[in-house]
Structure formats: C-alpha cells, structure tokens
Design a protein. Structure first.
Lengths: 71, 809
C-alpha cells in the first residue's frame, strides 16, 4: 500500500494499457498520461497536483525552477 | 497474507455496558439476536477498532464519544486478527470526553496511536469506506446500491470496482489552472499588441530602410554640389578681384545705365538722332512762348528771369520752364476757384432776388385785397359820414326813441282811462272823471286821444335806422385797421422794390465779371496746354541728345572694363549659380536634418518594438507550450474518460458472470437466473454512461430491467450477489465478509439459501460473520458454524471478566 492509491499494480497496469491503446497516436499526450498516472500511483492526488505544477512551471518559463523541483 | 478476525472483546461500547468477548470461527460465525440485541454494535466495534470511528461517526450522524455506552466512562475494544504468523492485536480505548488511544501488539512489539494506525493500514490496505461497502455490509448498503440515483449508484459501483481513482484523476485533470495561465498569457499577448506589433515592426523597418537610402543619396548629392560650389567660389573670387580693379569704371557704368534707364532707355534707343542746332532754335522759340505766357499771367519778374536764361543750357531752361509752367497751372487753378466763387455768389444773389420777388408778389396780392376794403369804407363814409358822425346820430336816435316810448305810455294810459269811463257811461249812464272827479254823462264830451299805432310806427322806423347805423359803425370799425395795414404794406412794397432793383444791378455786374474771368481762364489754359506740348517736345529732344551722348560714354567705359579683363555677365552667371547651389544645399541640409530626426525616431521605435517582440515571442513560446500542455492534458483527460468506460465494461463483464452464478443460487423463486451489470452510455464520446442492472428471465432467456421487474427482496438478493461476486473478484488482505442482517426483507427460504451458500462456497474462501434475527437460520447453521445468541450474552454481568462466548442455540 502506498500513500497514493489502495489499488494493486494490476489496476494501474490495466489503466495504463488502456491509455496506451487510446493514446497510441498521441505520443506526447501518452507521455503526459504516464507521468501523471505514475504520480498518482505513487503520491495520489497530491502527486498529480505537484506534477502538474512542475509541468506548468516548465511551460511558463520557470523551467529552471521546474527542473530543480523535479531533480 | 489473509487476515481473519480471531476474537473481539467489547466493553462499554454502544449497546454493551459490560464486557463481551467473542471467538470467531475461521469459516462461519452466526450472531443471532432480536432487534436491539447488539448485533450491529459488534460489527461497529470491529470497525472502530480498525479505523478509530464508525460509519455513523464518519457521516457525522453521531459524535465519536457517543460510541461510549451511557453507563460507562470509557469504551474499550480489543480485536485479535489472525493471519498465520502475521496476526496482531488491536486495542482501542475511547473515553467519554472523546479521547481515543490505540495500541497494537504485533509479536513482541507494541505500537501506539499514529504509528499503530499506520501499522494497521499497512497490514489491511483498506480504507474505511471500502470496509463498509465490501467487508461489513448491512441492509442499508444493499438498499443504497439498488435504490440510489443513477449518479450515486455510479459512484458506489465505481468505488466497489476500484474506479474511484480514475474519477479522482479525471477531476484533477480539469486543467482549470492551465486555462487560467493561458488566459493570462493571451491577455498579455493582446496587451502587447499581438500580431499587429510584428506588422508595425516590418512597416517601420521598411520605412527605416527607405530613409537610409534617401539619406545616402542626399549625402552623395550634397558632396557633389559642395564640390561644384567650391569651384565656383574660386572662380567668383577671381572675377571679383578683377571687378575691384575696374570698380570705378563699373560704378560709373552702373550710374550711366541707371540714368539711361531713367531716361527711358529702350524708347529712346528706337528714335532717330536729332540735330543740335534745330533743338536750340526750338528752345529759343519755347522760351519766347513761355515769356509771353508769363506776361499774360502778370508774372513780369519771372518772364524777365526766363529771358535772361541761355537757350543752349537746355537742362536749366527745361527746369526753370517747368517750374514756371507749374506756377501758371496754379494760377489757372486759382482763377477757376475765383470763377467758382463768383458763380456761387451769383447763385446766392439769384436766390435772394427770387425771394424778394416772391415777397413782393405776396405783398401786392395783399394790397389788392385791402384796396377793396378801402373802397367799401370810402363808400360808407360818403353815405353815412365818418364813424364819429354816426356815433353822434345813434345817440340822438336813442334819445328820440326814449321820448316816443314815454309818449306811447301816456297815450296808452289815457286810452285805458277813456275806455273805463266809456264803459261806466255805457253801463251806468254816468261816470266820474278820474282826474277831477266830475261826473261825465256824455261820451262825446270826452277829449280826443291820439292813436297808439302812429307813435309805434314812428318808433319802429327809428329802431330800423338805429340798427342800420350800428351796422355801419361796426363795419367802419372793422375796416379801419385794414386801412392802416394797407398803408404799412404799401410802404413795405416801396422798400422791397428798391432793394430788388439794387440786387438786380449787382447780379448783372457779377455775371459780367464771371464772363470776363472765364474768357481769361480759357485763354490761360490754352496757353498752358500749348506750352506743355512744346515743353514735352523740347524735353524729348533734350533726352535724345543726352541719350546719344551717354551711350557714347557708356561704350567707352565698357571698352575700358573689357580691357581690364572683367566679365560682368560671367560674374553674374557664377553668382547666380552659386546662389542656386546654396539654395539646393540648404534644401538638402534641411531635408537631411528631417531625415536624421526621422531615422532617430524610427530607430528608437524599432528598438522599442524589438524589445516588445522579444517579450512577445517569449510569451508566445510560453503560450504555445502551455497551450500544448493544455491540449495534451485535455486529450489525456478524454482518454481517461474512455479508459474509465473501458474499465467499467471490463470489470462489469466479469462481475456479471460471477454475480449471476451467486444470484442463481440465492434467487429461490426460480424466475430469474442471471444478473447483468451494463454500462449504458449516452452515446456521445466522453461520457461515462450509467450502470444499469438487468436480470435474465429464465423462461425466455431475455434480460429485463431489474428495478422494474424484481421485488424489493429480490433486489436485495441481487445486490448481495453483486457484492459477494465483487469480493471474489477483488481479494483483500482482510479475508472476512460480515453480513449484518443484510437481507431481512426476504422469505425464510431465501435466508436459508443464503446461509447455506455462505457456509459452503463462501465460507471456504472467506471468514464469514453473519448476524441475523432469524432463529431458523441460526438453527440451520448450528451444525456448520459458531452460533452466538446475544440475548444470553448480554445477561452476563458487567463485573464478570470472562464471558461465556460460545452458545449453541
């Protein structure tokens, strides 16, 4: 059990598989989905929020900050 | 790891003021008791021990401290979980004032409070919500599953299927924050001017390039013009040096040219040359004419001066003549004024004479009228005498008339007395004389009395005469002033006639004088006009002579200037060209200054725009990145929604299969044999759709809507089937199923069927704890399970520390 989700790995692998199938023609979106899913699996809603925050910081010019936080 | 509940000890918790201890069977434990016996309290005690609160507390339906029994100060629950070598003991205490303590004993370790909580969670991997829906299920959970609104049912089933995470994840990916950033960036872009800044920048760059090209061209042209000007300046300096050498001649030439210009250069140049002797004779004749004219104008002294002049000195002669002719002209003007004054005087005199004549005529008319009155007066005087005589006569007549009046009165009295006496005589035969008193008998004896009419006629005649005389007197008095006025008028007429004659004579003299002056003026003008013509002719002759002389002199000077090497026309050309160059250079410099200003302004504006564009590009890049991220996020979100639907379909397929098998065993009516959980989508992409329960009708094999076809009890059975199926499909660390009187609304047969199913198939996979009010069920399961009657357990005094926990019914 992690702090993120009460699910076992099979649920997330099912979901990941489905997303892979759905986003096979959208590699960028798929990468984003994987990132967010990983964050959720590991740290739950807070993880998703943090990941989104980092992505926004990277996109809005606070890349250094984003990288730093990511690092 | 499969954890099972080995034992629970409850003290002072909810329905239990005393202590209760129950040992659970590994497969099936039945807790039997009527309503209020405390069946649910045992289930909640387990929930409290594992999670620190119950679902009612979690839903804020009651306070945590209300879990403590009203007669106790604290509640204590001890749960022993057995998992092979992995079990642990949980002891949780809750005081009346809400203070809770937790202790976990795992092997030789004792953990407390937060650490203990974490330990329990790590072992169970179970949320309280999942415990309520999957582990310890009551009737209300089953009812909620089938009777909830479609959206609530969706949430419940998503939770049961473990899809809540997908929901949560979807909700988190709303992109609201990104949208806010996008809007802020777009606002910033719009504020900076967006695309229009770029077009403005390009426009300015083009304009800047044009300005630079124009400036370079002008600089080049300026250099050429200045080079040319330098050459011309040198040339002009040279020419000016030569001009200085010939300056006196040039000055003289200039004066001559100016003088020739004043003479009428071009006109005189066209005229033929004239003989000087002829001009002298003409001048002599002119002098004579002017002298005669001066004498005519009584300017004897001036005539003498003129005669003294030499005719050969034409300039002097013309000058003096001109002045004298001016004097003559002034003289004629003076004469004109004099004539004008005389004519005015004549006019004034004529007006005066006219006035006198008018007055005289009026006077004569009045005299005529008054003479008629004089005739009338004279006639009246000749007939009646003058007014004094008439007055006298009137006085006499008035005296006469008074005498007549007196006489008439006397006669009238006498006649009245006589008549009275006569009447007496006629009546009485006798009468008494009123005078002497004697008796009178004979009427004839009475004295004769003169008749009154005669006197009256006399008086009337006198009255008429008096009237006439008075009329005449009035007329005479009226006419007398007129006669006096007539005398005055005649005197005035004589005076006027005399004045008129004098003025007429004066007028005659003035007219004669005016005629004489006019005649003299005409003569004077004629002479002046003639002299002017002669003067002009002579002046022309003089100019022609002078022009020829000056031309000769000018040619000589020009020849001398040429000899000195001075070229005036060239200097003029050079100067003109230099001036023209100066003008052009000045224009170019002005334009260059404008261009420099413009270039500076453009440069500053371009720099400003470049800064904005850099900023703009940076924001644009960010906007694109954020936009891409937002787009990707929305794609992920949509995919997540599709994945959610996919997972629902996948899970419900498997769940339907297992639930159908269970439902077939529990559904005792024999009408339906399978359950189908379908996700009915609204059709449009991106919608999750709703869970719909259907059951298969045995006799025709058709699936029909569960909600409309099944009874309340059948729906509970269906919900239970689904939950049991879910537990089979989704293993948990806590391998327990607690059914807390889950289907009280079914018949005994169904309850027994459930009991058998739990004891058999389910009990082999899970530890089952069943609470029920049904005595028959308890009896049915007596041989297969540990059965506890709570009625009996509750009678145990609180003081006893050990409770007989197992009671076979």
């Amino acid at each position: 059990m992690t702090s993120g989700s009460r699910h076992d790995a099979s649920f997330f692998s099912d979901l990941e598989e489905l997303l892979k199938e759905l986003l096979k023609e959208r590699p960028e979106a798929l990468r984003l989905a994987e990132k967010l899913l990983k964050a959720y699996r590991e740290r739950g809603v807070r993880g998703v929020r943090e990941e989104l925050k980092l992505l926004i910081e990277e996109a809005t010019g606070n890349e250094a900050k984003g990288q730093e936080n990511r690092g | 790891m499969k954890l099972k509940v080995k034992r629970i000890e409850v003290e002072g918790f909810r329905a239990f003021p005393g202590r209760l201890s129950i040992e659970f069977d590994e497969r099936l434990t039945v807790i039997y008791g009527p309503a209020g016996a405390g069946k649910t309290s045992i289930v909640r005690a387990l929930e409290f021990a594992l999670f620190g609160e119950t679902r009612e507390v979690n839903a804020r339906l009651m306070r945590k401290e209300d879990l403590v029994n009203d007669f106790c100060e604290k509640a204590r629950v001890v749960v022993i979980l057995d998992g092979g070598g992995d079990g642990f003991l949980v002891e949780r205490v809750l005081t009346k004032n809400g203070i809770s303590r937790l202790k976990v004993t795992a092997g030789t370790s004792e953990l407390y409070d937060d650490v203990a909580e974490q330990y329990i969670q790590s072992k169970l991997a179970l949320l309280q919500e999942d415990f309520n829906w999957e582990i310890a299920v009551g009737h209300q959970e089953l009812q909620a599953l089938v009777h909830a609104s479609s959206s609530l049912r969706d949430r419940i089933l998503d939770g049961l299927l473990g899809l809540t995470d997908v929901r949560r994840l979807y909700r988190e990916l709303s992109g609201k924050e990104l949208k806010g950033y996008l809007k802020a960036l777009r606002d910033e872009l719009a504020k900076l001017g967006g695309e229009s800044v770029l077009s403005r920048y390009e426009e300015l760059k083009t304009r800047y390039r044009q300005v630079v090209v124009e400036r370079d061209a002008l600089v080049s042209e300026l250099e050429q013009l200045e080079a040319r000007k330098r050459l011309l300046d040198e040339e002009r300096t040279l020419l000016q040096a030569r001009a200085r050498e010939a300056s006196a001649l040039i000055e003289e030439k200039g004066r001559l040219q100016a003088f020739l210009q004043s003479l009428g250069d071009e006109r005189l140049a066209r005229m033929p040359a004239i003989d000087e002797n002829y001009v002298r004779e003409y001048a002599e004749k002119f002098k004579k004419e002017v002298s005669e004219a001066l004498e005519f104008f009584y300017m004897i002294r001036e005539a003498e001066i003129l005669k003294g002049l030499d005719s050969a000195n034409l300039s002097e002669l013309l000058k003096v003549s001109k002045e004298l002719m001016e004097k003559m002209k002034n003289y004629t003007i003076k004469m004109e004024y004099e004539i004008k004054d005389i004519n005015n005087e004549i006019k004034r005199l004529e007006n005066y004479i006219n006035d006198l004549e008018d007055e005289l005529a009026e006077l004569e008319s009045k005299i005529d009228e008054l003479e008629q009155s004089k005739i009338e007066y004279d006639m009246l005087v000749s007939k009646f005498g003058d007014s004094a005589n008439i007055t006298k006569r009137i006085a006499q007549i008035e005296v006469e008339m008074k005498a007549l009046q007196s006489e008439e009165s006397k006669v009238r009295c006498a006649r009245d007395l006589q008549e009275s006496v006569l009447h007496q005589i006629m009546d009485q035969g006798t009468a008494t004389c009123p005078v002497c008193g004697s008796a009178i008998t004979d009427a004839e004896a009475l004295p004769k009395v003169e008749p009154v009419e005669a006197i009256r006629l006399k008086r009337e005649k006198l009255e008429r005469t008096l009237y006439d005389l008075r009329e005449v007197e009035r007329k005479l008095r009226r006419l007398e002033p007129e006669l006096r006025l007539l005398d005055d008028y005649e005197t005035r007429k004589d005076s006027l006639s005399k004045a008129l004659d004098e003025r007429l004579e004066e007028l005659h003299e003035l007219r004669a004088s005016a005629e004489e002056l006019e005649e003299r003026l005409r003569e004077a003008k004629r002479r002046v006009t003639g002299l002017l013509r002669t003067y002009e002719q002579l002046d022309n002759y003089y100019k022609r002579l002078r022009y020829a002389e000056l031309q000769e002199k000018l040619k000589k000077i020009e020849s001398e200037i040429r000899e000195l090497g001075y070229d005036e026309s060239k200097l003029s050309r050079v100067t003109s060209e230099i001036n023209e160059l100066d003008r052009k250079i000045s224009n170019i410099k002005g334009r260059l200054s404008e261009l420099e200003n413009l270039e500076r302004q453009l440069s500053e504006e371009i720099y400003r725009l470049e800064v904005i564009i850099v900023n703009l590009k940076s924001i644009k890049t960010r906007e694109e990145k954020v936009s891409n991220l937002y787009r990707s996020l929305m794609i992920v979100r949509a995919a997540l929604l599709d994945a959610h639907v996919g997972l629902r379909q996948k899970f419900t397929r498997r769940l339907s299969e297992v639930a159908s098998r269970i439902f077939a065993k529990l559904e005792t009516s024999g009408v339906y044999d399978a359950v189908d959980i379908e996700v009915q989508s609204t059709g449009s992409r991106g919608k999750r759709g709703h869970y719909v329960f259907r059951v298969r009708r045995k006799f025709d094999g058709n699936y029909v809507p569960a909600f409309t076809r099944l009874s309340d009890g059948q729906r509970s059975v269906m919900a239970l089937s689904i939950l049991l199926a879910l537990r089979q499909l989704k293993p948990r660390n806590l391998s327990v199923i607690i059914l807390d009187d889950a289907i009280p609304n079914v018949d005994e047969e169904t309850k027994l069927a459930l009991a058998r199913f739990l004891a058999g198939e389910v009990g082999s996979a899970f530890q089952v704890i069943l609470t029920t009010q049904s005595k028959r069920v308890a009896e049915e399961l007596n041989s297969m399970a540990k059965v506890y009657s709570l009625e009996k357990i509750k009678t145990v005094p609180a003081e006893t520390t050990s409770v007989r926990t197992q009671e076979h019914v």
